[in-house]
Design a protein. Sequence first.
Length: 295
Amino acid sequence: MSKIAFIGLGNMGEPMAANLVKAGHDLIVFDLVAAPLERLKKQGAKIASSALNSIQDVEFVISMLPAGKHVEGLYLGDSALFEHISKNTTIIDCSTIDVATTKKLSAAADERGLNIVDAPVSGGVAGATAGTLSFMVGACEENFYNVKHILEDMGKNVFHAGTAGAGQMAKACNNMLLGILMAGTSEALQLGMANGLDPKKLSEIMLNSSGRNWTLEVYNPCPNVQPNVPSSNDYEGGFALDLMLKDMNLALQASLESKSSTPLGSLSRSLYAQHSNIGNGHKDFSNIFNQFSKN
C-alpha cells in the first residue's frame, strides 16, 4: 500500500479519499473545511495542518480542486508545492480544469524534474462513493502505469488518453457530448408530452429505438419516469447544472483555441447558461428539461 496526500475534499474528493482509506492506503488529507477532515479521520485518515504539511514523505499527491486557478495556486502560487514536493513523488491532479493550465503545470513540473499526470473523472458523486469512476489520464506511458493502481482503487475504468493535457481534453469532449445529449433528450420528451404522449412510454420507445442514449438508460430528465435519479427528487443531488456549464465552457474554450467547429456544443452551452441565470444553477443538470417546458 502507498502513502498518499489528498488535497481537496469537496463532494467528489471526500468519497474518493474514503475509498483510498478502504483500500488500505496510508492517507493524509487536507482541506480548508473542517467537516470532511473529521469524517475521514474517523475512517482512518490522518489530518494535515496545511497543504505543505500533507506532502511530506509521500509517494503520491492527489489534488481535487474546483478550477484551474486553484490548482495553479496550489502548485505554483502561494502554496508553491512544486518547490517542496520530492522528485520521488508522483502528482495526480483529478480536478477538471482547462487544458492550457494543465499543460503549464506539466511544463513547470518537467523543469523541476517532477512527475505529474492529469486524471479528471467522470461518474459524479454516486460514482465517487461507489468507487466506479472513470479516469481519463494524460501522462507518458511510464507515469500512467505508475498511477493506474491508485486510480483503480477509486474507479472502475482507467483510460490512457495521451500525453499531458489529453485527460482534460477527453473530459471536455465527453461532458460536452453529455450536455448535448441531456438537452436533446429533454427537448424530445417535452415535445412528446406537449403532444399527448406519456413520458414513460415515450422513454421506453426511444430507449429501444435509434434514439437510445445514456440519459434515457440511467438518468432520465423527466420527473417520475425513473426512480432514484435527481429528476424524481426535485433535481436535488447529482451533478449541478453550474458544474456542467463550467465543463461546457472548458470545451468551448478548447474549441476556440483549436479553431474547431462545435455548433451543437455552443448552442447547448447557451441553453445551460440561460437556465442557470434564472436560478437553476444549483440544481442537477438534468433540470435543463424545464428549459423546454411550455409553461
